[in-house]
Every structure is written in structure tokens, then in C-alpha cells.
Ligand binder design. Structure first.
Ligand SMILES: Cc1cc2nc3c(=O)[nH]c(=O)nc-3n(C[C@H](O)[C@H](O)[C@H](O)COP(=O)(O)OP(=O)(O)OC[C@H]3O[C@@H](n4cnc5c(N)ncnc54)[C@H](O)[C@@H]3O)c2cc1C
Length: 300
């Protein structure tokens, strides 16, 4: 009897895979930035589902030969990604619109966003904390670097707050005619929203499989990502760790904290390191990983 038949014994009722650490946080709001949050609404599958999908694909040969941990690490290190797509997570996220614009570029998720045609957005907008304000970086055109005195930070925060409040004053005046008697210039909600700042908060349900989630985290938990989206990504990393600790460990080892080398860099590296690397204990690598490293360097 193979692994899959054992998982589905005929005549026995099945229970859905559950991860206690995830069940404990279902629905709990984790605060993000000044008005945002992230929470897990639901999840499907666990590490066992990934292992099982891989064994469907590799057949019985993998049963005895590899531990679940070894198999998960093999899948991750060899970009065998489809088994990870067997698991999904649904998050409820409240985030500033400028963060949402970066986030929505990840096309492999399913999204339902609050409609500002249908409802009036509340006066909530992102004001960076003093320590998160910084001038334009001189070396990174997409980034910030340095900091401000407390006095200067307070001035900048005041400018941001005043500009956003001013936009919301106009927005409220134009859109609150349905909800209250104080509208000055009644306008449809779908047009009134065009004056809202990018700092205004929106909300969505975001559902994605574990493979594409890790692609999102690879890009957005990276130091090159804007800090405001990175804090969300870092929280999702913790959630992934709760959900799939072995997968998360493999993701950190082979993706998040790993680096790839260009052919030129490999040539240089190989020349620098032109000495034997021995033993499976080297840098904690297995014999197979050590061989893969040697292959990269063109060593026998
Ligand atoms: C630090 C940083 C800076 C960035 N700066 C900019 C910028 O200045 N301007 C800008 O426009 N964007 C920018 N982006 C967005 C970036 O170009 C990607 O759009 C975004 O990171 C989503 O990545 P993705 O396509 O891998 O994700 P997903 O859309 O989730 O796609 C996952 C994978 O699925 C495949 N895929 C999905 N859809 C298609 C498709 N239609 N055709 C082919 N393959 C597909 C691809 O292999 C892709 O890698 C930036 C991203 C980062 C992280």
C-alpha cells in the first residue's frame, strides 16, 4: 500500500489537515503601520499536503528514501514548486494605497478590495513615524537614507497630515450626502474618491498559494523593498513559519537568505577558493548540497 492510499483509508471519515499554531491566530488582527493590520482568515493544507503532492509526482520511490524534511528541502532547493501550490492562505489586510499599489503587482493572488464606489472611506491615512522619515538616498534612486532631527521630523509629519486632512475635508464634503446632512458639494462616491491621497488606507482579502506567497516574500521581505511593504511581508514570514516551519526554514536557507552568482562571479569565486572543500559537515551542508556547491564552482 502506498503513502497516498494510507492517507485515505476506504470507509474511514477524513479530517481536514489542521495546524494548531495557525488555528490559534485565525481572525486575530496584527497591527501594521499606524492604522493597518493583517490577519489570517483561513488556510488550506499543511506541510503534509506538500509532501504528499510531491510523492504523487515522484511515486513510491520517494517513500522510504527521503524524510519529509529532506524532501521539502529538496523541493525548495531544486525549484520544484508545484507541490507548494497545493496549500493556500487567505489574509485580510488593511494597508495604505501606495503599499497596495506595490502589493497588487503580484498577479498570482486572488483579491477582493473594499469598493470606494460603494462605501465612503473613513479618514485614515498613513503618517510615517519620526524614525521612518528620511531624505532621498543619494545612491539608491528608489530608496531613502539618513534621518532628521526631531524638530524637522515633526514639521514633515505636520505637512503630511495637513495635506491628507485637506484631501479628506474635500472628500467628506463631496461624498457624505448619503450618510449625513452636512454635504456641501454632493458628488458620487466613485468620483469623490479621486481626491484621496495615496496615504489613505484600503482593505482587501488576499488569497494565494504557498509557492507564490514565497515569491511575494522573496521580493517584499527583501531589504530592497520599501520599508512600509516590508513590515507586512515580515509579519507574513512569521505566519508562514507558524504554518509550515520546515518549509519556512528551507525558504530562508535556499531563497530568502541565499544569493545566486553570475557566471563571472562564479569564475572569480572558484579561482579564490581553489582549494578542496571536504566532508559533508562543511558549513552544515549535506553531501548532496556540498556536491551541488562544487558543481556550481566547476569542481569535480
Ligand atoms: C524592489 C522592487 C522594485 C520594483 N520597482 C518597480 C518599478 O519601478 N516599476 C514597476 O512597474 N514595477 C516594479 N516592481 C514590481 C516588479 O516588476 C513585479 O511586477 C512585482 O515584483 C511582481 O513580481 P512577479 O511578477 O514575480 O509576481 P507575480 O505577478 O505574483 O508573478 C509570479 C510569477 O508568475 C509568472 N507570471 C505571472 N503573470 C505572468 C504573465 N502575465 N506573464 C508571464 N509570467 C507571469 C512570472 O514567472 C512571475 O515571476 C518592483 C518590485 C520590487 C520588489
Amino acid at each position: 500500500m502506498n503513502e497516498i492510499d494510507r492517507a485515505y483509508p476506504e470507509g474511514k471519515p477524513l479530517t481536514r489537515p489542521a495546524v494548531p499554531a495557525m488555528d490559534q491566530i485565525l481572525g486575530r488582527k496584527f497591527p501594521m503601520l499606524d492604522h493597518g493590520f493583517i490577519r489570517v482568515i483561513d488556510y488550506m493544507g499543511d506541510e503534509g499536503a506538500i509532501v504528499q503532492a510531491a510523492r504523487v509526482s515522484y511515486g513510491q520511490g520517494t517513500e522510504a528514501k527521503s524524510s519529509d524534511r529532506g524532501l521539502l528541502r529538496y523541493l525548495m532547493s531544486h525549484h520544484h514548486s508545484t507541490p507548494f501550490e497545493m496549500c493556500e492562505i487567505k489574509l485580510h489586510v488593511k494597508l495604505p494605497i501606495f503599499v497596495a499599489r506595490q502589493w497588487i503587482r503580484h498577479r498570482t493572488a486572488n483579491v477582493n478590495e473594499v469598493s470606494a464606489r460603494y462605501s465612503v472611506l473613513s479618514r485614515e491615512f498613513y503618517t510615517p513615524a519620526a524614525e521612518d522619515l528620511a531624505p532621498q538616498s543619494l545612491t539608491n534612486k528608489q530608496g531613502r537614507a539618513g534621518g532628521y532631527s526631531p524638530e524637522m521630523a515633526a514639521v514633515l509629519q505636520g505637512l503630511i497630515t495637513d495635506a491628507c486632512n485637506s484631501s479628506f475635508n474635500v472628500y467628506d464634503a463631496m461624498t457624505k450626502e448619503v450618510d449625513g446632512p452636512h454635504a456641501i458639494y454632493p458628488l458620487s462616491r466613485e468620483l469623490g474618491r479621486i481626491v484621496l491621497p495615496l496615504a489613505a488606507y484600503t482593505e482587501w482579502y488576499w488569497k494565494i498559494d504557498a509557492h507564490n506567497l514565497m515569491n511575494f516574500l522573496r521580493l517584499r521581505a527583501d531589504p530592497h523593498a520599501q520599508w512600509e511593504i516590508r513590515v507586512y511581508a515580515e509579519k507574513i514570514c512569521q505566519i508562514l513559519q507558524d504554518w509550515m516551519p520546515t518549509v519556512y526554514e528551507a525558504f530562508c536557507d535556499y531563497v530568502l537568505n541565499a544569493k545566486s552568482f553570475s557566471a563571472m562571479e562564479l569564475g572569480l569565486l572558484s579561482a579564490y577558493l581553489a582549494k578542496p572543500v571536504n566532508g559533508p559537515e562543511h558549513a552544515g551542508m549535506t553531501a548532496r548540497e556540498l556536491q551541488a556547491f562544487k558543481d556550481k564552482l566547476g569542481w569535480a
